[in-house]
Design a protein around this ligand. Structure first.
Ligand code: ADP
Length: 442
């Protein structure tokens, strides 16, 4: 209890004691005590009414001047009130600052509830996506942005880096990226929207430039290669010229490989003329590819084929063929003739898996994250010497991306590597009845 509380009790005790004494002296103890208590109670009721009046008019009325516990009560209420005012002002300032920031933000932001209903959005989003506060608050965002990729992204949260949608606000010439920031409880989610039209234009200009330049280089190179072939086959060629001509021919072949790979990469990056998805018999494709490779002049001593599933895969056959061809060609290139290569196809509850394992040179861990970059080579000299364009794994990555698949690389320097393609379960199809019964070949 506060000192004021003790003081109040003491004062009441003294008053009652004096009243008792007076009562005893005049022989009317009960009457005197009752009178003193009635006066005391009246004083308390008056104080209570003053405090009540002050509490309900405290914005305009000064605090009443009181004594004892009442003064303490008034002081405590005053303190609580001041603290509340301070926090209120602080929160109001924060809210004002937040609104200023969200207005100035170069990104759009939409706050979504658990059912993706729109709870709030900043002005940038209304300008880009045409959302209106009065009309659209409370509506589910997939009813306003209906693109199937966006709806899938909202449902699954994949891909983790978000999605880019053309013409999300109705204007087909603009591109927007959407990225969901989820909280742990998933009660509220923040959707960040960015206008990526400029980046998209630059990227497609770059892609077009590479595709056009590669295309333009094709014809002169064909002519040069033709003349070099004629020269190399010419019996009358001065022997002193033979080595440089052969070297020129080798370099022309390398240039052709690079141009072919660049063209293939451009084709994979553009969505035009995308090959149609069809059921692909992976076991038959791998069997054929193994046979072709073993018929070539440079082939590994041992190329094992492990078919643990006869399931088919829904996808573009040319893309899947290109993936396996690039991985196999690398395995053969970077594995000495005495090493072994294994091709494996299996399925499980996670999807379809295609792995190429070799016992070759292996790759040091620090190179693994950059392997699929264009022209990234662990050992440039070696890659060039072996006729590599530096684009093989970039092609693999893009071809897999188009199938929603990912590439996993496990490797140990000096011991070998395993490149595994993981395809989503939705793409795995049961083999048609007549082809059932996996073939084992090794
Ligand atoms: P390249 O045409 O140079 O082979 P890739 O994009 O196919 O280009 O591969 C990139 C680099 O990754 C290669 O230069 C090589 O250093 C490394 N690499 C790829 N596959 C293997 C493998 N099976 N074993 C060892 N290194 C590999």
């Amino acid at each position: 209890m506060s000192p004021a509380g003790w003081g109040t009790i003491l004062r009441l005790g003294v008053v009652l004691f004096v009243a008792l004494l007076i009562g005893l002296i005049i022989g009317r103890t009960a009457a005197v005590l009752a009178m003193v208590l009635a006066i005391y109670l009246t004083a308390q009721i008056v104080n209570l009414l003053r405090v009540e009046y002050w509490l309900s008019h405290r914005r305009i009325e000064a605090a009443p001047d009181m004594r004892g516990s009442w003064a303490e009560v008034v002081a405590i209420v005053g303190r609580i009130d001041r603290r509340k005012q301070y926090h209120k002002a602080h929160v109001t300032d924060l809210l004002r600052e937040f609104r200023r920031l969200t207005h100035a933000m170069p990104e759009g932001a939409v706050l979504l509830g658990p059912e993706h209903e729109i709870l709030w959005f900043n002005p940038r989003v209304s300008a880009w996506l045409g959302l209106r506060r009065k009309r659209d608050l409370g509506f589910r965002i997939e009813n306003l942005v209906r693109h199937p990729d966006f709806v899938d992204y909202l449902r699954t949260g994949l891909p983790a880096e978000g999605v880019v949608i053309q013409g999300a606000g109705g204007d087909r010439s603009r591109w927007f990226s959407f990225h969901l920031v989820r909280t742990d409880e998933k009660l509220r989610q923040l959707l960040i929207v960015r206008d990526v039209t400029q980046e998209h234009r630059l990227a497609s200009m770059r892609k077009d430039f590479v595709a056009n330049a590669s295309h333009e280089l094709c014809s002169p190179l064909t002519v040069i290669s033709g003349y070099l072939d004629t020269l190399a086959d010419d019996e009358a060629l001065d022997p002193a010229w033979r080595p440089p001509v052969m070297e020129m021919r080798r370099q022309a072949v390398r240039m052709q490989t690079i141009i072919d790979d660049l063209l293939e990469l451009s084709k994979l990056e553009s969505n035009d003329n995308r090959p149609e998805d069809r059921p692909v018999d992976i076991a038959a494709m791998l069997t054929l590819m193994r046979r072709d490779l073993m018929a070539q002049e440079h082939h590994p001593r041992e190329l094992t084929l492990r078919l643990d599933s006869d399931a088919w895969l829904e996808g573009a056959e040319s893309d899947i063929h290109s993936v396996v061809a690039n991985l196999l060609s690398n395995a053969v290139k970077y594995t000495p003739p005495e090493g072994t290569v294994e091709l494996r196809w299996w399925t499980d509850e996670l999807g379809g898996h295609l792995a190429v394992r070799d016992t070759g040179a292996g790759i040091a861990a620090e190179h693994l994250p950059r392997l699929t970059e264009r022209f990234y080579r662990v050992d440039s000299g070696r890659s060039r010497e072996l006729g590599g364009s530096g684009l093989g794994l970039a092609i693999v990555k893009h071809a897999l991306q188009r199938h929603g698949a990912v590439l996993e690389v496990q490797s140990e320097e000096g011991r070998g590597s395993t490149f595994t393609c993981h395809f989503p379960v939705q793409r795995v199809l049961p083999a048609p009845v007549q082809t059932r019964g996996a073939k084992q070949d090794s």
